[in-house]
Design a protein around this ligand. Structure first.
Ligand SMILES: Cc1cc2nc3c(=O)[nH]c(=O)nc-3n(C[C@H](O)[C@H](O)[C@H](O)COP(=O)(O)OP(=O)(O)OC[C@H]3O[C@@H](n4cnc5c(N)ncnc54)[C@H](O)[C@@H]3O)c2cc1C
Length: 425
């Protein structure tokens, strides 16, 4: 019998930029590099514990200044976007792009890029950064921004912490009251994948005045259950289902507000049940919780809508999965979507490595992405984000199969002029 134990990595908790400088300088000669973290560690159920020393900016979480004239907010990098947004809310302002859960920090989001269901309108989070302060790997403080040291600015944004530690940022805010901006959901449902993709393309290219938009597709492997008596299995069939949701501004009636309250409570309860339902036995409950996202309430506030996934899915999404996100230029969007789907469904059929394959998609009109495309000599177009999450049977995904899948994705990106959304590009 073997026992294993994990040793907690060293963690630094700076309170200001000078602390970050000291930490970086003191660690310069270490063999292992520092890992930067925005807030609390997130366990995705797949990664091995990281034993490198960690600098967490969770104590550098202040909102430093709100400039009402310029409509900007200056924050320390460890400030949570949800907290910044609340502070702005008191002035009738808000952040145009926030992530889908409440713990994301400004520095963490700047380091990955940051997209949301409002990206068809406002682009990426990093399009909305005016300037930033950082500490480079040698422990020197620098500043850069949209209008100064732009080359450095682009090197640090989206770099996943490798180009330096972001310590403070100035962000654009917009005039919006997220608690009193009510949205109504127009949902279109699909049982075949092709119609879903065609519809998503049409909505992304012509979003009208949708405040938020998102399409989700779920496709399960045929479910087999053992017969109670004798040998063999019963095949229960597959579930293939898609929904496109566009959320438009509306004026709510009293009864719609009441329905919103009931819906909010139900989703929260589902989230609690899902997080308690562990292991294999809990899978149907977690899938049901994820499925609840398809049935967003008819009317809700913009703030509720931005964190809809957070109320039910963060707990249900845990567990082994293969995830990929691609920015497809609109001219090749449908082709990229079909090819990715065929790639994952084909591997599932041949090897049984995946169980549930789900996809999420929305439009992204980003200046940053256009300039990234130009760097790769690709046409400057608007994009659709396509993400696939494939639930894994880990034992059925050996490393050579994983390599095949990754090279299949690379080929699709290359031939269709699409960009992978991760911090390694
Ligand atoms: C590639 C990628 C893209 C993602 N995109 C989205 C998205 O668009 N929308 C969404 O809702 N969720 C997204 N997520 C999930 C998650 O919400 C983000 O990773 C989010 O940035 C996590 O925020 P955090 O503050 O906890 O950062 P962490 O999870 O701690 O860090 C995220 C990354 O940023 C680096 N980092 C953190 N703080 C700093 C800093 N101050 N200076 C420099 N580097 C730093 C870390 O080293 C790490 O590479 C994404 C995840 C990944 C891995």
């Amino acid at each position: 019998m073997s026992t294993s134990h994990t040793v907690a990595p060293e963690e630094y908790l700076p309170r200001d930029t000078a602390d970050v400088v000291r930490t970086v300088r003191d660690s310069r000669n270490r063999a292992d590099h520092l890992t930067v973290r925005g807030g609390e560690p997130f366990d995705d159920g797949l990664s091995l514990p990281d034993q490198r020393a960690v600098v967490s900016l969770r104590r550098m979480n202040s909102v430093l200044d709100i400039n009402l004239g310029r409509r900007t907010v200056r924050v320390q990098a460890g400030a949570k976007l949800s907290d910044i947004d609340r502070r702005l809310g008191a002035h009738g302002l808000g952040l145009p792009i926030v992530g889908d859960h409440r713990d994301i920090t400004a520095g963490g989001f700047a380091s990955v890029g940051g997209v949301s269901t409002a990206s068809h309108k406002y682009g990426m989070f990093i399009d909305r950064i005016v300037d930033l302060e950082y500490v480079d790997p040698d422990g020197r403080i620098g500043t850069c921004g949209r209008n100064h040291h732009t080359e450095r600015f682009h090197r640090i944004l989206g770099a996943g912490g490798r180009a330096g530690i972001i310590t403070a940022l100035t962000l654009d805010a917009i005039d919006i009251d997220k608690d009193h901006t009510w949205l109504t959901t127009n949902a279109d449902r699909f049982l075949d994948f092709d119609s879903f993709v065609e519809h998503a393309y049409a909505e992304i290219t012509q979003p009208g005045n949708a405040a938020l938009q998102v399409g989700r597709w779920v496709d399960t492997a045929p479910l087999k259950v053992s017969r109670p008596v004798g040998t063999g299995h019963v095949q229960l069939g597959t579930v293939r289902f898609g929904q496109w949701s566009s959320l438009y501004p509306t004026t709510p009636t009293r009864s719609l507000r009441a329905r919103r309250e009931v819906g909010t409570r139900t989703r929260k309860s589902l989230g609690v049940i899902a997080s308690a339902a562990g292991g294999r036995a809990g899978t149907p409950v977690r899938n049901a919780a994820a499925g609840a996202l398809m049935f967003a309430p008819k009317v809700l506030t913009l703030r509720d809508a931005e964190y809809l996934a957070d109320t039910v899915i963060s707990s249900s999404e845990r567990g082994p999965a293969y995830r990929v996100a691609i920015f497809a230029p609109l001219s090749t969007y449908t082709s990229v979507f079909y090819q990715l789907h065929d790639l994952f469904a084909g591997h599932r059929e041949r090897t049984g490595c995946f169980t549930v394959i789900s996809a999420m998609t929305y439009g992204v009109r980003s200046e940053y992405l256009r300039s990234e495309a130009a760097v790769h000599a690709l046409p400057a177009e608007d994009h659709g984000l396509i993400t696939f999450t494939c639930r894994l049977r880990p034992s059925a995904l050996p490393s050579e199969l994983l390599r095949d899948i990754v090279s299949g994705i690379d080929e699709i990106c290359h031939s269709e002029q699409a960009l992978r959304y991760d911090s390694t590009d």
